[in-house]
Design a protein around this ligand. Structure first.
Ligand code: C5P
Length: 228
């Protein structure tokens, strides 16, 4: 059999939500299921890559042949990503990282008070995990995701430039039955090819098929001569 371009490559994928603690019993999070990231991990392993999956809390089984690192907060995910970024060939940021965390995590359970109907939480920005990987001198090929509800292409292109990504996978999450939590997804892929921008539209399909198409495109783009 012919050797697939993925064979022997080390692929690192972030997946799922992050959980930002408020106190010992509470946290801030989001509805990410992790399905897209896990589908990417499964597809990459099936193509012969060595795969490390940095996973937030999800209820999915670890795909066969995939090494999984469980993390909870964005800070933990960032630490794991930085540790692996210099030794991988391809980094795919599929996690729905919480934008903010509590400025201070309360040591004890935050109590409800009788004298105030409100509670104010002070939040601070989390590190941008994928942007930090993309600015390293020893950067791998970096693929990011953009989940948008409008102006999908414009926001995706902006993300590509601002975060210095090599490729962005954009989804319109307002489309019924696609995206967050769903089994199917569609995507618009944008990437730089030398001085030009390349694009590929992937129609609605299972996250499994979509994952395979995203990987194939990323591996081809990574291998393409950059000044062609
Ligand atoms: O800015 P936005 O969150 O829409 O960007 C999405 C992309 O950036 C995804 O690839 C996501 O995994 C990544 N990201 C990250 N760290 C953050 C926020 C987003 O790696 N703090």
């Amino acid at each position: 059999a012919e050797r697939h371009p993925a064979a022997g490559r080390h692929v690192v994928i972030t997946a799922g939500p992050t959980r930002e603690p408020l106190d010992p019993v509470r946290y801030l999070s989001n509805h990410s299921s992790g399905k897209m990231g896990y589908a990417l991990a499964e597809a990459a392993a099936a193509l012969g890559a060595r795969v490390t999956l940095i996973s937030g809390p999800v209820t999915l089984a670890t795909p066969a042949g995939v090494e999984r690192l469980d993390v909870e907060s964005a800070a933990e995910m960032h630490y794991a990503a930085q540790r692996l970024a210099g030794e991988c060939d391809l980094f795919i940021g599929c996690a729905a990282v919480a934008d903010y965390r509590a400025e201070q995590v309360a040591e004890h359970k935050i109590k409800k008070t009788d004298d105030d109907d409100g509670l104010t939480l002070r939040l601070v920005k989390n590190p941008d995990i994928i942007a930090a990987v993309a600015t390293r001198a020893d950067r791998p090929y970096v693929v990011g995701f953009a989940a948008e509800t409008r102006d999908v292409e414009r926001y995706a292109r902006d993300k590509l430039t601002r975060k210095k990504l090599d490729m962005v996978v954009a989804n319109d999450v307002s489309r019924a039955g696609l995206g967050f939590g769903a089994d199917d997804n569609a995507a618009l892929l944008l990437w730089r090819q030398g001085n030009r921008e390349a694009r590929r539209e992937l129609p609605p399909q299972s996250k499994r098929d979509l994952a395979r198409a995203i990987l194939e495109t990323a591996l081809e783009a990574q291998a393409a001569p950059q000044n062609a």
